[in-house]
Design a protein around this ligand. Structure first.
Ligand code: ADP
Ligand code: GLC
Length: 475
């Protein structure tokens, strides 16, 4: 087996705020068949430390930004882990990036610089007799890893995956020395970004190869509209940037064996799940489709458009059940939409088990994102015969086949594209969906098509393995 080190700030089943955790948690298992053993380096947040069984110290740091630290070797949740035990930075109540009140930890630049330092040290000297052939880092939180490797002259190749370019990992220039960053690299071709330090840019400039989580998003990222100020950097690295579509864990997301829902193998079997979902949300019978949303409530996800387009659905007998949390304004607007409306039901919060019931029981799932690197919930929808209604952007383009007249005639459609990302276009898509839902047969064919889509990790794991092998040829 060849060795890959994954450096990530979240990973299922230990700690999750979004899809990054799902990807980091599923990729190691999928890579085994490709001949790669992936070990995952994670920060030792309290929730992670509490989940570890037996651990062994693999590396020690006498002092790392104000306290002693260790890299522990452990296994948990079926993963082989390295955990950075640095209590002065990670032993806290609250989330991985913010306190329980939602405020970012002020020392986030230091917290994730140490994660990157630990990754670079494992790359340089190995840990507990294990040494990586390739280092794979995710998002800004691990972005400094390739930089520290460059600084130290470590010759292990690296891959950086962009899951969300909206977060740049900024720190003031005054922290250069403290973060161990060389002033010579405080340049446009290094990690300097508008006078500050960007951990994301460090990764983009110093990793051997760059990937993002869908081919369409890889193209979009190089445009000013989607590049969020880094499109120029990405255009310069166009030859090293590719898109590899996310998969989903088809054991965890399996309608025939999901502990959270009455099992089914084909669309008609969804009936019991739908009844359970209606009961859970207090929704009655209706003529139109029962649509769901399971999402972070943030500007990215375009759910304000759904609020404006909602009449197009409910006036035609459709229903909406939403589970989400995040932006307080959006939370309030959805609560208000629910209030007194018999066809709209909103649950503010985060609930993994309920998300399974919603995706199983619904007729359609709505993902109207303004940008979406890949998106996972539309893939869950396909797998569960729940038709995705998605914005025409990023990974949503690459995973859903729009019900155009020709796609319907040839029987290949799996969902609906919304284009452009406006409330009007979403309203039109909801009307199209409602009409087709009422036609019965055409809808059931779309459901069956979706359930047959290859949404697992096999193909994408092979693409990652090929990429690793291209920069780390077998000796
Ligand atoms: P992102 O990472 O941008 O949030 P993804 O679609 O890639 O978007 O991944 C989101 C993940 O988080 C999915 O697994 C989704 O089911 C889950 N999720 C989001 N919000 C909730 C919620 N309120 N309750 C349960 N799961 C949620
Ligand atoms: C990000 C993106 C999402 C993607 C996920 C996992 O959070 O917003 O589109 O699916 O990362 O790659």
């Amino acid at each position: 087996m060849r060795h890959a080190l994954s450096v990530t700030s979240e990973c299922v089943p230990l700690v999750k705020t979004g899809g990054l955790a799902d990807v980091a948690g599923a990729l190691p298992g999928a890579l085994v068949a490709e001949g790669w053993e992936m070990r995952t380096l994670l920060p030792g947040y309290s929730v992670v430390m509490d989940a570890l069984g037996k651990t062994k110290a693999a590396l020690t740091f006498e002092s790392l930004f104000g306290g002693p630290a260790k890299v522990l070797q452990a296994s948990a949740g079926g993963l082989k882990l390295f955990v950075l035990d640095a209590p002065h930075l990670f032993k806290r109540d609250g989330g991985p990036y913010s306190d329980s009140g939602g405020r970012d930890w002020p020392d986030n630049p230091q917290r994730f610089a140490v994660l990157s330092l630990a990754g670079a040290r494992i790359a340089a000297e190995g840990a507990g007799k294990w040494a990586p052939d390739v280092v794979h880092v995710h998002d800004w939180q691990a972005g400094l890893t390739p930089y520290y490797m460059h600084r130290d002259g470590t010759r292990v190749p690296s891959v950086m995956t962009i899951h969300n370019i909206a977060f740049h990992g900024l720190a003031p220039a005054a922290q250069l020395d403290q973060l161990g960053l060389d002033r010579a690299d405080f340049t446009e071709s290094g990690f300097e970004y508008w006078g500050g330090i960007s951990a994301l840019k460090a990764g983009l400039n110093f990793a051997t190869k760059l990937t993002t989580v869908s081919p369409s998003y890889a193209r979009e990222l190089m445009t000013p509209e989607f590049g969020m100020g880094l499109d120029g950097v990405l255009r310069q690295r166009a030859e090293d940037l590719s898109g590899i579509l996310n998969g989903i864990d088809t054991d965890v997301w399996n309608p025939a064996g999901d502990p959270n829902v009455p099992a089914y193998k084909s669309p008609p079997g969804k009936r019991r799940a739908k009844a359970a979902l209606r009961k859970e949300f207090g929704l009655g019978e209706a003529d139109g489709p029962l649509c769901v949303v399971v999402s972070r409530l943030s500007d990215q996800k375009g759910l304000d458009l759904l609020l404006d387009a909602l009449p197009a659905l409910v006036d035609r007998g459709g229903q909406l059940a939403l589970l989400g949390s995040g932006d307080p304004t959006l939370e309030g607007r959805f609560r208000a939409a629910d209030n007194g409306h018999p066809s709209v039901a909103v649950r503010i919060g985060y609930d993994e088990a309920l998300s399974h019931l919603m995706i199983a029981g619904a007729d359609a799932i709505i993902v109207p994102s303004r940008f979406e690197p890949c998106g996972l919930t539309q893939l869950y929808g396909l797998r569960y015969g729940t038709v995705p209604i998605v914005a025409y952007t990023g990974g949503l383009i690459d995973t859903v086949i729009d019900a155009t007249p020709m796609a319907l005639r040839t029987g290949v459609a799996t969902g609906f594209h919304v284009h452009p990302a406006t409330a009007d276009a979403l309203a039109r898509a909801l009307m199209r969906a409602t009409d087709l839902y009422k036609e019965g047969d055409a809808w059931r064919l779309m459901q069956r098509n979706g359930m047959k889509m290859p949404v697992g990790w096999e193909r994408s794991a092979a693409e990652y393995a090929a990429l690793y092998a291209s920069i780390a040829p077998a000796p």
